[in-house]
Design a protein around this ligand. Sequence first.
Ligand code: AMP
Length: 170
Amino acid sequence: MDLKQYIREVPDFPKPGISFKDITTLLMDHAAFGHCTDMFAAEFREKELDKIVAIESRGFLFGAPLAHALDCGLVLARKPGKLPAATKSMSYELEYGTDSLEIHEDAIDKGDRVLVIDDLLATGGTAGAIGKLLEDFGAEVVSFAFVIELEFLNGKEKLNPHPSFSLVKY
Ligand code: AMP
């Protein structure tokens, strides 16, 4: 299945020069959405994962069905102030300023085998920060997974030494 057919490209959103990859059109097609979960599940079924860490917010959409398919727990990496219990957080650079993501401090155990998932890998700043946070937890980051990878931004380099898997490349 050619997933690119289901991803809408919106030029100049959210600002001039950015070609936004809109996955809402993919989600509306049950076969295309199901295909994403099937491809991820086939890739990671034998990896003995304990947890899937999904990045707010579009990562949640792909992480939840995958956690179910692979019989592992789902952990949410959220924007500051959203998680109700005690958290650990990690900041990362944006084009202007910084942002951070949080994970409940009791959500990951030392030695957990973890997969990190998001809809899209751009510069790798977001996913790379989650990778570092998970290392602080003492987790083993087995891999990163993305529906879409913008290869020309070399985001993979920020995820080293952990491997990264993506379904569609631009
Ligand atoms: P980055 O930290 O640069 O890898 O950015 C990744 C995050 O920004 C992901 O959560 C994406 O959802 C979002 N993102 C960045 N660039 C785009 C794009 N061109 N189209 C859609 N989402 C994007």
